[in-house]
Design a protein around this ligand. Structure first.
Ligand SMILES: [Zn+2]
Length: 329
């Protein structure tokens, strides 16, 4: 996925292109109409001339401004009437002489005033989804497809909540996370055994945020550590990916704890987590490690950053992947 600013540049370029196409089309339409009905060209020229004259006359004799405006407006209105009649007579639609933008709301500029048009948000989402790691899975892994029936409503070991009650609580936190993403800075740590829906919920969050035009980078920890290692050996392409890790709106690191790490990559991980904390750029981490193992595997300074600044959500229950398989038997 390119940097967000590069995506923006590309999108603005595409708007320039759309507008040029619209203008070119109008120019060609006019040319065709002027050839077919030369009087229409005379009318258009006279309308243009009248507008220029109007400005000059008003400047020359401002005391007669109202009268001048009235006369010229009447003249232009008559000319337009004649033009409409000619178009009708020649069976040409009036739309043929209007500029036609792809988006009528923003005239293919991407902005309505200073606000981004919805077509701009759509373009951002499309660009990000096309370029992210997520494009294939997101159609089937989103909040609409979350299957609560896979979680038991019976008490589980020493827990106060049943796995079902627990996942319902986590699910709601994730829904609110998306809803408040732009106003509330929060990091999440999903932890607990395998096959309890951690990756699925990461994807749900990613999907909904991408739809809102937020840039999301999803990496398994092995992919992330490979980028660190490649960067160490100065591979240019990986440098760009490393920038993304720092700049993307939301970074998701899935399956932390399964990576092969070196002293270099461990300190690179700390750097990413720490820098994003300082810049208030959110991260979601998921790990199958138990809390004790998590604390044991990573440096004290990394653990303290995460424990102090992440909302920790514990997943427990029976592996739903096994349940799913049993259900289809
Ligand atoms: Zn628009």
């Amino acid at each position: 996925m390119p940097l967000k600013s590069e995506i923006y540049k590309e999108i603005l370029k595409s708007y320039d292109k759309d507008r040029s196409i619209a203008e070119e089309r109008l120019k060609n339409n006019k040319k065709a109409i002027y050839t077919a009905v030369p009087r229409i060209k005379e009318i258009d020229d006279e309308i243009t001339k009248s507008s220029i004259n109007m400005a000059r006359l008003v400047i020359d004799s401002p005391e007669n401004k109202d009268l001048i405006l009235k006369e010229i407006k009447e003249r232009i209105s008559l000319l337009n009437q004649e033009k409409r009649a000619l178009l009708k007579e020649n069976k040409i639609s009036e739309d043929f002489l209007k500029i036609k933008y792809k988006c009528e709301n923003c005239s293919d500029t991407g902005y309505i005033g200073t606000e981004k048009c919805s077509c701009f948000m759509q373009k951002i989402a499309d660009a990000i989804t096309k370029n992210s790691n997520l494009k294939n899975i997101l159609n089937s892994e989103n909040f609409d497809y979350f299957d609560f029936s896979l979680y038991s409503d019976k008490k589980y070991e020493n827990e106060d909540l049943s796995p079902l009650e627990n996942i319902q609580k986590i699910f709601n936190i994730c829904i609110n996370y998306v809803k408040d993403f732009n106003t509330c800075y929060t990091n999440l740590l999903f932890y607990g055994g395998t096959g309890l829906g951690k990756t699925f919920l990461c994807n749900c969050i990613a999907k909904d945020l991408l739809d809102k035009g937020v840039s999301v980078l999803y990496l398994t920890s092995s992919q992330l550590f490979k980028i660190f290692d490649d960067e160490q050996f100065n591979k240019e392409k990986e440098k760009n990916r490393l920038n993304e890790i720092f700049e993307v709106d939301l970074l998701i690191i899935d399956d932390l704890g399964t990576e092969f790490s070196t002293a270099f990559s461990s300190s690179a991980l700390f750097n990413v987590i720490n820098t994003r904390l300082i810049e208030k750029k959110p991260v979601i981490i998921s790990t199958n490690l138990k809390m004790n193992d998590f604390v044991g595997q990573y440096s004290d300074r990394l653990v303290s950053r995460i424990m102090g600044n992440y909302t920790t959500l514990r997943f427990f229950g029976n592996d739903i992947r096994i349940l799913k398989t049993m259900n289809t038997l």
